[in-house]
Design a protein around this ligand. Sequence first.
Ligand code: NDP
Length: 263
Amino acid sequence: MLPKPENRPVLGTFSLKGKVALVTGGNRGIGLDVANGLAEAGAEVAIVYRSSKAGGEAAAEQLSKRHDRRVLSYQTDVSDPEAIASAVDSVVRDFGHVDIVVANAGICTEVDALDFTPKQFRELMAVNLDGAFYTAQAVAKVFKAQGSGNIIFTTSMSAVIVNRPESQAAYNASKAGLVQLAKSLAIEWIAFCRVNCISPGYIATEMLADAPEEQKAAWLAASPAGRLGETYELKGAYVFCASDASSFMTGAHIVVDGGFSLP
Ligand code: NDP
């Protein structure tokens, strides 16, 4: 049965005080501001990153100072099941427990589907889909033993629309797969955790930085909002999903895209 929290004043239900949150891809972009939002709401945070040890540690130190609470970083490749399981073990050892995981690490490769090599396809799926599953599976084992937990997948509006004229078949498929993965896990694991997903629209991060100028202009022209989203505009959705404010919500798919995916 889903745990039933007591009826409290609503603002208090957003508090994450006493919780530990693990955020993959938490060293920059969307993940960094998600980690920031979870810390603002009271959580201690474990940041998982892949590339730069100095960058990962600097991000954790900055958040820790800003919020005056423990934020630690872990260098791990989420596409390696043993590595992410070992990182989760380290988080539990360091913090004593883990309550929230945001499987957010992702990559985007834009190549025409006719030219997409098997290696490129496998690499993309290995991070976006396999990596999110391995992350969820590793924490779910802890959540099952604890009897509670909360999983959030960063998906994308690309899970529900095909934006023209981009060549993102594999990326779109990975994110659509992740939405269905979240819904399936929400049912399978309902006895001990909630699983939801959040689909951002175009958000100003390094992921979009290298796109050609004409493509950026086309995004803006097609966007009802007339602009890209900022990473800090996603914090509320993540804190909502991570907290008791959404206690009866599981298997949900929240789209935060400034109306981009509307028909
Ligand atoms: P960035 O490129 O800015 O950041 C990607 C993050 O993922 C980095 O922290 C990176 O770590 C991490 N990462 C990548 N591969 C791995 C791996 N194998 N193991 C561990 N960490 C890894 O992207 P965004 O912040 O924009 O994107 C974050 C998520 O949001 C992604 O899943 C993306 O698909 C999704 N998204 C983004 C949108 C956007 O418009 N920006 C729109 C919709 C969804 P490192 O720095 O160490 O490489």
